[in-house]
Design a protein around this ligand. Structure first.
Ligand SMILES: *Cc1c(COP(=O)(O)O)cnc(C)c1O
Length: 236
């Protein structure tokens, strides 16, 4: 990608407005998370200079090295799976965790949050395609665990997240986005709890996700270009 990060951001914001408008939604109801994983702090700095303040990382170690190098006004979400031995490090860094993918992890985050005096905002990750290789609650089985999840007094559970199987054809993601929204509607009704947030949609399919109700889109490549390595590391 030859265009600058600022140009890319402008383009993505335009696409967000266009798809929100197609769906009769306000673009202000969709928060853009610029996924900076594997990119250096300088790239994040460029995005900040273009007015982007919300960023997503998927590795706690990488985020721990990157976040202190950037202005404090930047805000950070953890968008991937969280290992239980990283909870203590993760909680103070991130204003939201998107990948709460099991009851065991939720209990553990709740316990550590209590020790640290925190009330993290979290999203429950659903495995909408039933893929064996993926993290996440089964959309049916979660109903048996919902009462206990909602009783975890340190967690502010206010929505759902999903990562559908990748297909190059963006329309192929639509049924999964719709399934996540419908699952949210069902859980909200059955358990009488507002679950306003839906984290869904990446570079190739975020316009579709917005049409289906996304409130957070997680966009990396379309902003920062392709990722060279797996993670960014500071020079030794
Ligand atoms: C990497 C990542 C993204 C961003 O993917 P792009 O295709 O680069 O936009 C979004 N969500 C999660 C969970 C990711 O790990």
């Amino acid at each position: 990608m030859n265009e600058s990060i600022g140009d890319n951001l402008e383009k993505v914001r335009g696409q967000i407005e266009a798809s929100a408008s197609r769906a009769g939604r306000s673009a202000g109801a969709v928060a853009l998370i610029a996924v900076s994983k594997a990119h250096p702090p300088e790239a994040v700095g460029e995005a900040i200079a273009s007015g982007q303040l919300l960023f997503g990382e998927n590795r706690v170690q990488e985020a721990r090295a990157k976040i202190p190098r950037l202005p404090e006004r930047a805000r950070w979400h953890l968008i991937g799976h969280l290992q239980s031995n990283k909870i203590r490090q993760a909680l103070p860094l991130f204003e939201r965790l998107h990948g709460i993918d099991s009851l065991a992890l939720a209990r553990e985050v709740n316990r550590v949050a209590a020790e640290l005096g925190l009330f993290p905002k979290v999203l429950l990750e659903l495995n909408v395609a039933g893929e064996g290789s993926k993290f996440g609650f089964n959309p049916e089985a979660i109903r048996a665990e919902m009462e206990e999840l909602l009783a975890l007094d340190r967690l502010e559970i206010d929505g759902l997240m999903a990562i559908p199987p990748f297909t190059p054809e963006p329309e192929a993601s639509r049924p999964y986005f719709r399934a996540l929204r419908e699952c949210r509607d069902r859980l909200a009704r059955e358990f009488r709890v507002p679950l306003p947030e839906l984290s869904m949609g990446m570079s190739h399919d975020f316009p579709i996700a917005i049409e289906e109700g996304a409130t957070f889109v997680r966009v990396g490549t379309a902003i920062f270009g392709s990722r060279k390595g797996k993670a960014w590391k500071p020079e030794a």
